[in-house]
Design a protein around this ligand. Structure first.
Ligand code: P6P
Length: 358
């Protein structure tokens, strides 16, 4: 006869409790609340997790699935060639929120205008901003890619369907994170109460808590930048790159997929840079669904995110697909890059004064 009064041994009890710490439960624990708003946010995060599982499933079998890989032959609003996986992943996020009553609007890197789910709008006051597949150049060569998401509450009415209320600073975000499709699929998120990582257990079909309250090191050895753009950078950025080339203790890592590079820096420390270039002076990365969610996350982990002269979280976009330069990671490393920019600016100003005095 089994005595159910006898608890499992401690290790089994710990493992069972860990496997029960799913994302939806963790959100409620974080909020210390079972209110309607808390339940909504918990349900919303669960839908994002479902999107991650659906995309992960497609990616892990992409080589076997007819028509999963390669280009569509179309270009998106960014002027970038669209991959079939971009289209699939974009639709996954839309589909998981239909009939959810949660999300009224979705704004995506792949869609020029916000997508509305009318049946949700009377109730759903949330907007999902997302990059469905970040780093899609890696998809066809089976290297890591990611999805980036940000959640905002709708501010006021959106009568003209332009979602103008989204054109606000990053402090408006109520949740943000990413899904990393790598050797394991991980979901890293914050609702403003620290940064937490979940690992997908395929045998359960659940994201299980694997790291809680992640803190980014104040300094790290990694600098992550596409040095092929060196000729296109401003002098202060070149000065920084010359500095790390000449000082011991730095190592270059760049995967071509933002999420993977940021994930490494989140755990090991360092700095990611996508500065303005001659071809893209405003930078390549999009503010509302790439830089701002990652800035929210990294700041929650004790790091810093900047354009080089302004905190990313303070930048107000002038349109849905606004781009900015991005320097993000360990606080000391971001500040070192900013110091090169400030020094050069000071030298220029001093030179201007001397020249004006003749
Ligand atoms: P480049 C992918 O297209 C992406 O948006 C980010 O994921 C990545 O960090 C960056 O662009 C790579 O750009 O110009 O170095 O190939």
């Amino acid at each position: 006869m089994v005595d159910f009064e006898q608890p499992l041994n401690l290790e089994h009890e710990y493992l069972l409790d860990r496997d029960c710490t799913t994302l939806s439960r963790h959100v409620l624990q974080q909020l210390h609340s079972f209110s309607a708003d808390a339940q909504d946010l918990s349900a919303l995060m669960s839908r994002i997790a479902l999107a991650g599982k659906l995309i992960a499933r497609r990616l892990t079998r992409a080589g076997l699935v007819e028509d999963a890989l390669g280009f569509t032959g179309r270009t998106n609003v960014q002027g970038e060639s669209v991959k079939k996986m971009d289209v699939f992943a974009n639709q996954v996020f839309i589909s998981v929120f239909e009939q959810s009553g949660l999300v009224c609007r979705l704004a995506s890197e792949e869609m020029e205008k916000p997508y509305y789910i009318p049946e949700n709008c009377p109730l759903g006051r949330y907007t999902l901003l997302y990059d469905p597949i970040d780093g899609s150049s890696n998809v066809d060569i089976n290297l890591n890619v990611g999805s980036i998401f940000s959640i905002r509450r709708q501010q006021g009415e959106d009568q003209d369907g332009t979602a103008a209320d989204l054109l606000r600073h990053g402090h408006d975000q109520i949740a943000a994170g990413y899904i990393l499709y790598g050797p394991s699929t991980m979901l890293v998120y914050s609702i403003g109460k620290g940064v937490h990582a979940f690992t997908l257990d395929p045998s359960l079909g659940e994201f299980i808590l694997s790291s809680e309250n992640i803190q980014i090191p104040t300094h790290g050895p990694v600098y992550s930048v596409n040095e092929g753009n060196f000729w296109q950078w401003s002098e202060p950025i070149r000065d920084y790159i010359r500095y790390v080339h000449r000082h011991e203790g730095y190592t270059a890592r760049y995967s071509g997929a933002l999420v993977g590079d940021i994930h490494r820096i989140l755990f090991q420390g360092g700095v990611f840079l996508y500065p303005g270039t001659v071809k893209k002076p405003e930078g390549k990365l999009r503010l509302l669904y790439e830089s701002a969610p990652l800035a929210y996350l990294v700041e929650q982990a004790g790091g810093k995110a900047s354009t080089g002269t302004q905190d990313i979280m303070d930048v107000i976009p002038d349109h849905l697909h606004t781009r900015t330069p991005l320097i993000l990671g360990s606080r000391e490393d971001v500040e070192l890059v900013e110091s090169f920019i400030a020094d050069r600016r000071r030298q220029t100003e001093e030179q201007t004064v001397l020249t004006s005095k003749g």
